[in-house]
Design a protein around this ligand. Structure first.
Ligand code: NAP
Length: 306
């Protein structure tokens, strides 16, 4: 049995692993994909303190993983499908195995939100993408659309200008949510144009995406925009299905925690984008992870469990 199991190897989980393993807790991190979470698919992170030239998300994640391993954290590839509390321990059920731990940190992050329009599912992987850094290079000298007006959408639009000949941003309002510096860059980039007050109605094509039907929400006008790819960046939904019956969630499905990252269930903590908070950034995720690990350590000490 491990002292500490961490579910998710994004920045929150990796930071928790560094703090947990360094506190000499036997620590395992369970991840179903790759280390870094959303940050790993970020081209350049330029607001994480200490990197004057920015750093790629995958590089930062790899470094955090190495640091956790240096202190003795173990990594396990798999998906936790069920979490059970048995007496004072937790049993995590993966597909083929179970992992037991005295304390658990939930750091599962969030999943890209879907538009829910006709053609979206059908053309996913054939022109519809949720990851500009993964798929942008396929659109050399092509025309692409980005849907959304937040930091992700505008960062994606800027990134896509390295490849695409034209980037059309479709946003449902006439004002961006993205941070001002990104807005300035986008407005000054000749390759980027905006379709304001508009939503996607349908994505059409044959083998791959060919056009997107866009509706102006103010005038009701509908038009078809020919593009080769659509990058959807309309936010995230928390990955909390597995703990729905275990911890308190807010109306959007995020885990409600106290300031020590406690979930209200003894020994169960949450960190990073999966919890209710006002700022979701790498810097706040790693802070959450550190607090959660220190809280887990305190919990084990106080309950004479280590
Ligand atoms: P977000 O901030 O939630 O923005 C989502 C955008 O999509 C908003 O503009 C929203 O419109 C729009 N939207 C939501 N649902 C929609 C729908 N059904 N149809 C059409 N448009 C829809 O999400 P995000 O940009 O992914 O950012 C998530 C978090 O990560 C934020 O806290 C952000 O600051 C952070 N982040 C930071 C950086 C950075 O600092 N470099 C980079 C990426 C992400 P409205 O504006 O009208 O609500």
């Amino acid at each position: 049995m491990y002292d500490l199991a961490i579910i998710g190897a994004g920045p929150a989980g990796l930071s928790a692993a560094i703090y947990g393993a360094r506190a000499r807790l036997s620590t395992v991190v369970i991840e179903k994909m790759y280390p870094g979470g959303q940050a790993a698919i970020t081209d350049v992170i330029e607001n994480y303190p200490g990197f004057t030239e920015g750093i790629s998300g995958s590089e930062l994640a790899e470094a955090m993983k190495k640091q956790a391993e240096k202190f003795g954290a173990e990594f396990l590839n798999g998906e936790v499908q069920k979490i059970e509390r048995q007496g004072e321990k937790f049993v995590l059920h993966l597909k083929k195995e179970t992992v037991e731990a005295k304390a658990v940190i939930l750091a599962m992050g969030a999943l890209a939100r879907k538009l829910g329009v006709k053609g979206e599912k059908e053309f996913t992987g054939r022109g519809v993408s949720y990851c500009a850094t993964c798929d942008g290079a396929f659109y050399m000298d092509r025309k692409v659309m980005v849907v959304g007006g937040g930091d992700t959408a505008i960062e994606d639009a800027l990134f896509l200008t390295h490849f695409a000949s034209r980037v059309i941003v479709v946003h449902r309002r006439n004002e961006l949510r993205a941070t001002k510096i990104l807005q300035e860059r986008a407005f000054n980039n000749e390759k980027i144009e905006f379709i304001w007050d508009s939503v996607v109605e349908e994505i059409k094509g044959a083998d791959a995406v060919q056009e997107v039907v866009v509706k102006n929400v103010k005038t009701g006008e509908i038009k078809s925009v020919p593009v080769d790819g659509v990058f959807i960046a309309i936010g995230w939904d928390p990955n909390t299905a597995v703990v729905r019956d275990l911890v308190k969630l807010n109306e959007k499905g995020y885990i409600i925690t106290d300031e020590n990252m406690g979930t209200g269930v003894p020994g169960l903590f949450a960190a990073g984008d999966v919890r209710e908070k006002s700022l979701r950034q790498v810097v706040t995720a790693v802070a959450d992870g550190a607090i959660a690990a220190v809280s887990a350590e305190k919990y084990l000490e106080e309950h004479h469990m280590r």
